[in-house]
Design a protein around this ligand. Structure first.
Ligand SMILES: *Cc1c(COP(=O)(O)O)cnc(C)c1O
Length: 390
């Protein structure tokens, strides 16, 4: 008999009942160090006082009105995002996949407005992940996600990640945009070198096409900049944001330049919940912390510390681990053992991590993780690796 919850997930046999900063408490009382952070969502850890205050204060005032009316919290969050990024404008969603939907629609509408109705194609990359909607799975294109769900939304081409020549050759007069994650998350923590991102920006400029970045996982301070593309010194035209922006409250956004958003006039897009007062009150509190230069410099310092310790871990356990990769506090342990076994051994050692493609274990701690917790995390990974070796 089918379970009452549709069985689309392979869940670990764990039930967490409370969270405190970088810690998760299981119903049996065990305390897990959380290097999953709800898949890069709990950017400020669990139960951060500022987020609890923002949420509960708003909860006592007004939860939801819909976008029939002005929403001051949404306006404030949009202003903060515009002030701190390349963007001139923001649309709020409830998830990353909804941000993907709008990013694709916006790129197509841009060319429609320009009278180039044939420019609908989007160049995307192998190993990418853009969510589970019909546009999201078509954009990522992997067999695993698309099998059985056809007919797929047409207009997507998939090229090897980082293959500049292939992109240059694939651009045609039907190309609307290039879409990529600056650091692939689900694909196995694969950062695109800064020079490659610059090269893609140059190609876009040369051909007048749009650059869409999916920073749903790598954005919101995760790499040590507010957004990962800042490391390369180039700006996108459209950007998808979600995960960390709500700190655990469902919230996403599409940021865009005024030029890219030209077709998105009243009535062209919408969402009942998107940008509601509760979500945006929390989003503002997250932004107030993460967009702070001192906070980001701490992320960078702690990222260096974690990475250095992980290099030691890899060197000490060559049968389990191959290498460390990633950017900031978005790190991957490329494994020689089976990554799922490493994650399971981690659970036994009371540490939560996340598997990814390419036999990688992802480490996505709260950006507020402390030095002591970093040391403890690596000690627990040592325990897990030693047990796997036996
Ligand atoms: C998680 C993720 C998404 C999808 O976000 P949801 O909130 O799960 O819909 C899209 N793109 C990237 C890069 C992601 O990591």
């Amino acid at each position: 008999m089918i379970p009452s919850v549709l069985p689309t997930y392979n869940r670990a046999p764990l039930t967490f009942v409370k969270g405190e900063g970088s810690w998760l408490i299981e119903e049996d009382g065990r305390r897990f160090l959380d290097l999953a952070a709800g898949i890069a969502v709990n950017a400020l850890g669990h139960a951060h006082p500022a987020l609890v205050a923002a949420l509960t204060e708003q909860a006592g005032q007004l939860w939801h009105t819909s976008n029939l009316y002005h929403i001051p919290q949404q306006q404030r969050l949009a202003d903060k995002l515009v002030e701190n990024t390349f963007a001139d404008t923001a649309f709020f969603t409830n998830s990353g996949t909804e941000a993907c939907e709008l990013a694709v629609k916006m790129a197509r509408k841009y060319w429609h407005e320009k009278g180039q109705h044939e420019r609908v194609d989007i160049i995307a990359f192998e190993g990418s992940f853009h969510g589970r909607s019909s546009a999201g799975i078509a954009a990522a294109g992997s067999e695993k996600m698309t099998n059985g769900f056809g007919p797929l939304l047409p207009g997507f081409t998939h090229l090897p990640f980082g293959d500049h020549e292939a992109v240059a050759a694939a651009i045609s007069d039907t190309t609307a945009a290039i879409l990529l994650e600056p650091v692939q998350g689900e694909g196995g923590i694969r950062p695109l070198p800064d020079a490659c991102l610059k090269g893609l920006r140059d190609l876009c400029d040369e051909h007048g096409i749009l650059l869409i970045l999916d920073e749903v996982q790598c954005g919101m301070g995760r790499t040590g900049k507010l957004f990962a593309h800042e490391w390369a010194g180039v700006d996108p035209d459209i950007m998808m944001v979600a995960k960390g922006i709500g700190g655990g409250f469902p919230l996403g956004a599409v940021l865009a330049t005024e030029a890219a958003a030209v077709g998105m006039t009243a009535g062209t897009h919408g969402s009942t919940y998107g940008g509601n007062p509760l979500a945006c009150a929390v989003g503002c509190a997250v932004m107030d912390h993460v967009a702070d230069a001192e906070f980001l410099s701490e992320v960078n310092r702690k990222a260096g510390l974690l990475r250095q310790k992980l290099e030691g871990l890899v060197a000490a356990h060559p049968d389990v681990f191959d290498s460390v990769r990633g950017s900031g506090l978005m790190l991957g342990l490329k494994c020689r053992a089976v990554n799922g076994d490493v994650v399971a051994a981690g659970y036994d050692a009371l540490i939560a991590t996340v598997p990814a493609a390419d036999n990688v274990v992802r480490l996505l701690p709260a950006l507020t993780i402390t030095d002591d917790e970093i040391a403890e995390a690596v000690a627990r990974l040592e325990t897990a690796a030693s047990r796997l070796e036996r």
